[in-house]
Ligand binder design. Structure first.
Ligand code: ATP
Ligand code: MG
Length: 380
């Protein structure tokens, strides 16, 4: 018996679309993740991928945790792999399963015979192994309707897999299957979550951070890089580009009406993001904006910033409550870093009374007071 990790594809990934293209992407990503945990054999068959450790140095536990972060798989389980022999399978049920059944009251067995040459059909298999489990775990009862645990026995082409329960996988689609976006990554709670959500839809993420040194510190930048590092656990490798807004902010301070600072700055961010996206071949921008959260995220303000974008802007958090965003942030592990109290360029020269219902003509008139093109070129 060998313990393996089983990963199940989401149905969505396989329906109608180009199955082998998706499958290739998911397997490549899975192998890349497994590499740092030791030598594993990765084999795909019938919407299931098995990851088998090849030697004692392979770290099964850490690999299992990491595999739960690979987009495209809906369910992950640890399973015993044995030869397709009823004696071996029964022995495995007695030896391997009890550790997962302790503290449970009821169970059922779901046999699945993908290899039709196997002498027992699915019903016979379930009945036979149910008996084995009852004698090994006398505290259990069978409940076919609402069991605490479902034991699955899958007779496949090369081996049989036995497991008790599965966990949710990362879901979504393999990263890279849906183009590439430039994420505006601040040090806050929202933008890392926004990037995670688009990555889960198969979007490869490239990040852009704005700083205003010396008004913002080296530590503020380090924090953003750390957030990006945490995100790569899901998104795969990511480049973070950093642009300085210092001169732009000083020009706005010296020449424009204070009430428009935030909006003008956000339009500069979008202009620079347009250019960075073009240079690094991203078809979209992505931000962590959520409707009404702050003055720059009212509908009128969003219209003013959106007007300057030259490609689609993804705002996956637009309709979400802060609480829900925080919950995701905790789950993906960025929260504790996000709340470190370092300054952000948006908090430099913040207006006391920002415009919440800006008119685009007035914004443009303010903008005409600085040399937009020269400032953008310099910042790039
Ligand atoms: P976050 O928690 O992501 O910082 P926020 O609630 O603080 O968001 P804003 O500061 O208005 O909201 O920023 C809205 C969005 O603009 C952010 O989610 C992010 O995508 C982008 N953004 C803001 N500041 C920066 C920055 N310094 N660098 C890059 N992008 C930024
Ligand atoms: Mg912010």
């Amino acid at each position: 018996m060998t313990e393996v990790i089983l990963c199940k594809y989401g149905e969505v990934v396989l329906k109608g679309l180009n199955k082998s293209w998706f499958e290739g992407m998911m397997l490549r990503e899975l192998k890349r993740r497994l590499e740092k945990h030791g030598r594993f054999e990765v084999r795909a068959a019938q919407s299931t991928v098995s990851c088998t450790p090849l030697d004692a140095d392979a770290d099964f536990e850490s690999a299992y945790e990491d595999v739960k972060k690979v987009f495209g798989f809906v369910a992950i389980s640890r399973a015993a792999a044995v030869e397709k022999d009823m004696g071996a399978i029964a022995e495995c049920c007695r030896a391997y399963l009890p550790q997962f059944l302790e503290g449970k009251k009821t169970f059922k067995v779901e046999g699945k015979r993908a290899d039709k040459r196997f002498p027992l059909n699915s019903m016979q298999l379930s009945a036979e192994l149910g008996g084995e489990i009852l004698s090994a775990c006398p505290w259990l009862r069978v409940d076919v309707h609402e069991p605490d645990v479902t034991v699955r026995v899958e007779i496949r082409e090369e081996r049989a897999f036995i497991h008790a329960g599965q966990e949710k996988g990362a879901g979504g689609m393999p990263v890279g299957s849906n183009g590439k976006a430039m994420l505006l990554l601040s040090g806050g709670i929202d933008s890392p979550v926004a990037g995670y959500m688009m990555a889960r839809r198969g979007v490869k993420i490239e990040a852009l951070h704005f700083e205003s040194f010396p008004y913002t510190s080296e530590r503020a930048r380090e924090k953003v890089l750390e957030l990006a590092r945490i995100m790569t656990g899901y998104t795969g490798p990511m480049t973070v580009h950093v642009i300085s807004l210092t001169h732009i902010q000083e020009e706005l301070r010296d020449n424009c009406d204070e009430a428009y600072f935030t909006l003008l700055l956000r339009r500069f961010m979008v202009r620079l993001a347009n250019r960075a996206a073009a240079r690094f071949k991203c078809q979209a921008l992505c931000t962590g904006e959520s409707l009404g959260q702050v003055a720059s995220q009212t509908m009128a303000a969003l219209n003013v910033t959106d007007a300057i974008a030259d490609r689609v802007v993804f705002r996956p958090l637009i309709g979400m409550d802060k609480n829900d965003i925080v919950e995701i942030s905790r789950r993906i592990g960025t929260f504790e870093t996000s709340i470190l109290p370092y300054e952000d360029c948006c908090t430099v020269f913040t207006p006391r009374h920002p415009k919440t219902k800006p008119e685009i003509e007035k914004v443009e008139a303010q903008e005409a007071l600085v040399d937009v093109e020269a400032l953008c070129r310099e910042a790039m």
